[in-house]
Design a protein around this ligand. Structure first.
Ligand code: PHE
Length: 448
């Protein structure tokens, strides 16, 4: 089977695909919302520390498991296991990650569907179709089903095309578009009245809040979600990386891009909130806390765009296109996790596997849509608060405790001959063995 496996054709192709997976609603929606609700700059500072000190080593662990295994997550974890018990455990962790990715996609595609609907809204407004605009921007089962379906079909289409023609090609097209849109919007918002107050809130930390346990828990969860950890996605992307690539610098590039885009998104959204406030949109309640945490992006920003007059139509369209693109490069990675497993395990054609799994995920999304008040929050908590940290922690345990050190070194040496004598090799194995699992466990237990 391995000779027919897909493979990223270029270093930049992999970096953009992995960064595409990492950069998504988590960066452009999650990060600014969490920063705004958790003390602004203090959260940003803690996030930066945790992303580089914990999420980056964990990302590296998942990537190297995949590169070594050259197979789906279950097989890759099995290859580094020796005893029967370890192999069983490998199945639980690998399959758990795949399930987590599929479940993530079931709620992610609902939210991404909202982004598509909000992208269409400026167009219906511009042509005066007000009833359509209302439908697009209000919660309804029909709107949610239709746009979730459209988004799922787009994802299925890209994944059915495979690694080079699907994931790599589309990531190379979509990621530069995303950065260009984000930078232009940020520059524009920073010229508006009120933006400076937003900048201050975002960039000047209140050090006294830095060590608040809730802030740390949120920052770590956010970092794990943002780097797509604990879902077997990075393992599978790692398995498509050529053996002569230097994984240390590859992981560092992806982490840097991910953090940079989250930071940039904060630079857009938080000043945009203050601009909206200056224009009379209520964003804070009487006690000074943020009014609509989760709906921030869907209420504050459209209000801001409306206030801009006719240019607001274009800005709104650009912003929500950006959100849709970012969601798409993430959802393709979520779908690739179960698809790659099914193709390799059951020897099924990629096209067929993609359609079957895409349909199952869409059915789950419908279940969530029909039971929105009970299931939506539940599935998000199950996957992001429990699934991702636990599975991410187990991947570190695999690298630190199960994988033979000499074999691990050999894998790292492919693509980086000198690694044995570098600081990375002196720190990272111990770090992954002890610090990462302990820190994740502490934060996880606290979050319970
Ligand atoms: N990292 C993506 C984001 O920030 C979400 C994601 C999580 C993608 C897990 C794949 C796997 O939106």
């Amino acid at each position: 089977m391995s000779s027919t496996r897909g493979k990223f054709n270029s270093r930049i192709g992999f970096i953009l695909a992995a960064a595409g997976s990492a950069v998504g609603l988590g960066n452009i929606w999650g990060f600014p919302t969490q920063a705004a609700g958790n003390g602004g700059a203090a959260f940003v500072l803690m996030y930066l520390v945790l992303a580089f000190c914990l999420a980056y080593p964990a990302f590296m662990a998942e990537l190297i498991i995949g590169r070594h295994g050259q197979a789906n997550a279950v097989e890759s974890l099995r290859k580094i296991s020796t005893t029967a018990m370890q192999k069983r455990f490998a199945f639980i962790v690998g399959f758990g990650g795949i399930l987590c990715a599929a479940l993530l996609m079931s709620f992610y595609s609902i939210v991404a569907g909202w982004m598509l609907a909000f992208t269409a809204e400026p167009i219906t407004t511009a042509v005066g179709a007000n009833a359509a605009s209302d439908w697009l921007t209000s919660q309804s089962t029909s709107r949610n089903i239709i746009f979730t379906l459209v988004f799922t079909v787009l994802t299925v289409y890209i994944i059915s095309r495979g690694v080079e023609n699907g994931i790599e090609r589309w990531s190379k097209r979509l990621m530069p578009a995303l950065v260009a849109l984000l930078v232009s919007l940020t520059v524009y918002v920073l010229t508006l009245d009120g933006a400076t107050d937003g900048l201050k809130a975002y960039l000047i930390p209140d050090i006294s809040r830095l060590f608040e346990p809730d802030l740390i828990v949120s920052a770590l969860g956010q970092a794990f979600f943002s780097l797509s950890l604990g879902t077997s996605v990075i393992i599978i992307y790692g398995s498509y990386v050529a053996r002569n690539e230097n994984l240390v610098s590859l992981s560092a590039s992806v982490t840097l891009i991910d953090v940079f885009i989250a930071f940039l998104a904060g630079l857009l959204i938080i000043p945009a909130m203050y601009v909206a406030a200056a224009q009379g949109v209520e964003i804070f309640s009487a006690d000074g806390s943020l009014k609509s945490g989760d709906t921030l992006v869907l209420t504050v920003l459209p209000a801001l765009f409306d206030g801009m007059g006719s240019i607001g139509v274009f800005v709104g369209f650009a912003f929500f296109s950006l959100m849709s693109i970012a969601s798409l490069t993430s959802s393709i990675s979520m779908l690739e996790a179960p698809v790659s497993y099914t193709v390799e395990r059951f020897n099924i054609e990629r096209n067929k596997a993609t359609i079957v799994i895409g349909s199952l995920i869409f059915a789950t999304s419908c279940l969530i849509i029909f039971n929105f008040s009970t299931l939506f929050g539940f599935v998000i908590a199950l996957t992001t608060q429990y699934g991702q940290p636990i599975i991410g922690m187990f991947c570190c345990i695999f690298v630190g405790w199960v994988w033979h050190r000499s074999s691990l070194l050999e894998e790292l040496k492919a693509g980086n001959e000198q690694i044995e004598h570098q600081l990375f090799w002196k720190i990272w194995p111990w770090y992954t063995k002890l610090v990462c699992p302990t820190a994740i466990a502490i934060v996880f237990i606290h979050s319970l």
